[in-house]
Design a binder for this molecule. Structure first.
Ligand code: TXA
Ligand code: MG
Length: 318
């Protein structure tokens, strides 16, 4: 069992001693360790059961501190950093040699971000090193958006979880990098693309999976519950499962289905921010319910709906 609390000095003590701590961010909870200590970084991969080819994001408290770890900061990406940090944006930038190979899985770029959460920002300011922090879930499973989610899956492997309440955004950060002059989105996330495009013009979305992805968060099956997860027209899916006599759960955007026991409505007012915030917790609840199969529907393909749909589609791939 991990201790859950708001004691920043306690979290700092464990991190300075090479151990891992669950940390809150506005997107999802992270499994954090000293990014400059290869043993702590190795422990992150082991604890998450994550393949070593899948690199980690480096978290710091300010744009100035990010400059300690990157050898170049192109103007248009810096513009995004000024506008959206602290916030749900990760940038891929050329790394300095001080960043351990293990953090970037040997890649030339390092992923960096300044998360927006007061506890974690205070923690980061108090540390002499940045934190490497993947989402605090076993590899491939649904990301945690509350301390209890971290405790349920990694609580027996880490000493402390910093309790920052439920995550405000609920989707992982949007990952952006450059290919030549062109800005590329490698993972749709909590920062809406239109916000990015307002500042730097059109971006190319490369969130397709492949066997050797540039960002393994792009792996096709990811963010996945253990139960079969079917996407489609809910009315149809519901009547089909009723006919088959299968126990099912329903994950809907705004609609409430009367008489269905296991159902989660993401946003009764059809608000995409609210839906994003509730998504992963709802997927977990249904995964732990009596239902044998989870039925879900896509959101409108606009704004954060694109990122939510990306997670729903990946959850449905087995
Ligand atoms: O919102 C978030 O980004 C959360 C919170 C905790 O900050 N973190 C998170 O980390 O989602 P993780 O490890 O679950 O996902 C990071 C993604 C992975 O898909 C990884 O492949 C990609 O970022 N990534 C990290 N470093 C990279 C690099 N150098 N080049 C390309 N992709 C990279
Ligand atoms: Mg993850």
């Amino acid at each position: 069992m991990a201790e859950i609390g708001k004691d920043i000095a306690q979290a700092r003590y464990f991190l300075e001693n090479g151990q891992l701590v669950g940390i809150p961010t506005e997107t999802v909870y992270g499994l954090a360790g000293d990014a400059l200590n290869p043993e702590s970084v190795a422990l992150i991969f082991e604890t998450k059961n994550r393949p070593s080819f899948d690199p980690l994001i480096l978290h710091t408290s300010s744009l100035e501190r990010v400059e300690e770890f990157v050898s170049d900061f192109p103007e248009n990406l810096k513009k995004l950093a000024h506008a959206f940090w602290p916030g749900p944006l990760t940038l891929l930038l050329p790394r300095k040699p001080i960043v351990p190979d293990l953090v970037t899985s040997g890649l030339e770029r390092v992923a960096v971000r300044v998360p927006k959460h007061s506890l974690t920002l205070t923690l980061l300011e108090s540390l002499d090193f940045p934190l490497a922090a993947p989402s605090a879930n076993p590899f491939g499973y649904i990301s945690p958006t509350a301390p209890a989610h971290v405790e349920a899956q990694l609580g027996d492997k880490i000493p402390y979880i910093l309790d920052g309440g439920a995550c405000e955004v609920g989707l992982e950060s949007t990952i952006v990098g450059l290919e030549g002059e062109e800005a590329v989105i490698y993972r749709l996330g909590g920062l809406d693309i239109s916000e990015i495009e307002k500042l730097i013009g059109p971006v190319n979305v490369k969130d397709h999976s492949s066997s050797n992805p540039a960002a393994p968060g792009q792996l096709e099956s990811h963010y996945a519950p253990r139960k079969p997860f079917l996407l489609g027209d809910l009315e149809k899916l519901v009547s089909e499962k009723k006919r088959e006599g299968v126990k099912f759960g329903v994950l809907s955007f705004a609609k409430h289905f009367p008489e269905i026991e296991n159902q989660m409505t993401l946003s009764p007012e059809a608000n995409l921010h609210e839906a994003a915030k509730n998504l992963f917790a709802a997927m977990r609840t249904l995964d732990q319910s009596q239902a044998e199969v989870i039925l879900a529907e896509l959101m409108p393909e606009t704004g954060l709906g694109r990122a939510i749909n990306d997670r729903l589609r990946r959850a449905s791939v087995k």
